[in-house]
Design a protein. Structure first.
Length: 399
């Protein structure tokens, strides 16, 4: 038994007791904390981490976050409760950060620079860098970002001199943020493209036990996953009627709405074909993976219409990112529920699909998801704080 699902619905006293007994019987462990992204859905993770902070619970020697997960980890490391809550509720909900009408009509991307300015020393919600450095004396914190040229995941140190650029790189969601992110003579995009849940990197770095905070129910790991592209599509479809009514927009925007509704069906068709390819024999999978990169094949799905609407032209890079995301997502979920020998995994997850979305959520939905995160975080601390505090390899430094 080296895997434990942990949600309000899945908690079973016997399973927790059995898992705790295995931890107790083992020598001290290097424990890692992994925080998934998910845009505004990260408010669930903010709730979990705020419960950890309330109990001064931090047996983790390694932290790795992706996108919004890296932002949430930032406030946990700097010991600032409710930072993630306020960043998502106040900053990410502000029209200065993202306005759907301006995005579609003027190709104006999300304003990540403005958002990150709010967490700088001169911003509304400055991160406590001094406290963060103290926390990291015996710990390592990394943010996952994707190299744009290879679509490979890389792990960039947090809270160093280039911290603003690291945050920008890990949060640069394709389509929503179309400005180049340059660092170390390379271009970067959102870490979720290549490693939405960077648990393998924790294992490669010697973690014996990994605690993963998810922003989706565990059912999603069994094939009904929702990624950054799916969230974007859903937001456009649900929010466009509101903008049309509110702004009395002309017929051209109404046509955009129809295009995006059609695109929804096309994306679902694309995913179905993709997973059929994945499940075929190895030889056919190699052949069909080459087909996936052909512009002519994508043209059949009219995905170029999406790229034109968002100012991306016929840029096939977005399509390659989509394929990369789906390949790595299924692989990491298999890894999580069947971890290799010597690695134990606990997944903290919402009991059902969160009310909030990646963007354009309602304040009420954000509040509900934050409270659920705090509740499951409290339950986790009650179940595991004593044993993990005893078994962490940081014990010698925490005394």
């Amino acid at each position: 038994m080296n895997y434990l699902p942990f949600s309000l619905r899945d908690i079973k006293d016997k399973s927790v007791a059995d898992f705790s007994s295995l931890i107790h019987a083992a020598p001290r462990k290097k424990i890692a904390l992994i925080v998934q992204g998910g845009g505004q859905r990260g408010i669930f993770s903010a709730g979990v981490l705020d419960s950890f902070l309330a109990h001064q619970f931090d047996p983790f020697e390694l932290y790795i976050g992706t996108s919004a997960g890296a932002l949430n980890l930032s406030s946990f490391i700097s010991r600032q409760p409710r930072f993630g809550y306020h960043f998502i509720r106040d900053v990410s909900m502000d029209d200065k950060f993202f306005n759907l009408y301006k995005y579609l009509s003027k190709q104006q991307p999300m304003n990540l620079e403005w958002a990150l300015q709010q967490v700088s020393s001169s911003g509304l919600y400055p991160l406590d860098v001094i406290t963060a450095h103290k926390t990291l004396i015996h710990r390592t914190a990394l943010a996952c970002a994707t190299r744009k040229d290879t679509l490979q995941d890389y792990y960039l140190p947090m809270y160093q001199q280039d911290w603003r650029e690291v945050l920008l790189a890990t949060c640069a969601i394709p389509l929503l943020y179309n400005q180049p992110v340059n660092m170390n003579d390379l271009q970067w995009v959102d870490g979720g493209v290549s490693a939405a849940i960077p648990v393998k990197e924790a294992w490669r770095r010697g973690a014996d036990l990994v605690v993963v905070i998810r922003t989706e129910p565990l059912e999603a790991s069994r094939g009904d996953e929702r990624g950054i592209f799916d969230d974007w599509r859903e937001n456009v479809e649900t929010q466009l009627p509101y903008y049309i009514d509110k702004l009395s927009l002309n017929e051209s925007v109404d046509k955009i709405k129809n295009i995006h509704q059609e695109l929804s069906q096309r994306f679902d068709q694309w995913r179905q074909h993709y997973w059929e390819d994945k499940d075929s024999n190895e030889e056919n999978a190699v052949i069909k993976s080459k087909v996936l990169t052909r512009k002519s094949w994508f043209s059949q799905l009219n995905v170029e219409r999406l790229l034109e609407l968002t100012g991306q032209g016929t840029n096939s890079e977005i399509l390659e990112m989509l394929a990369r995301y789906h390949r790595t997502y299924r692989d990491v979920n298999d890894f999580l529920v069947n971890p290799p020998l010597g690695l134990q995994v606990i997944q903290i997850a919402p009991e059902k699909t969160l009310n909030s979305s990646a963007l354009l959520s309602s304040y009420e939905d954000l509040e509900l998801d934050y409270r659920q995160g705090k509740q499951i975080g409290e339950q986790f601390v009650q179940s595991f704080s004593q044993i993990l505090n005893q078994k962490t390899s940081l014990m010698q430094h925490l005394r």
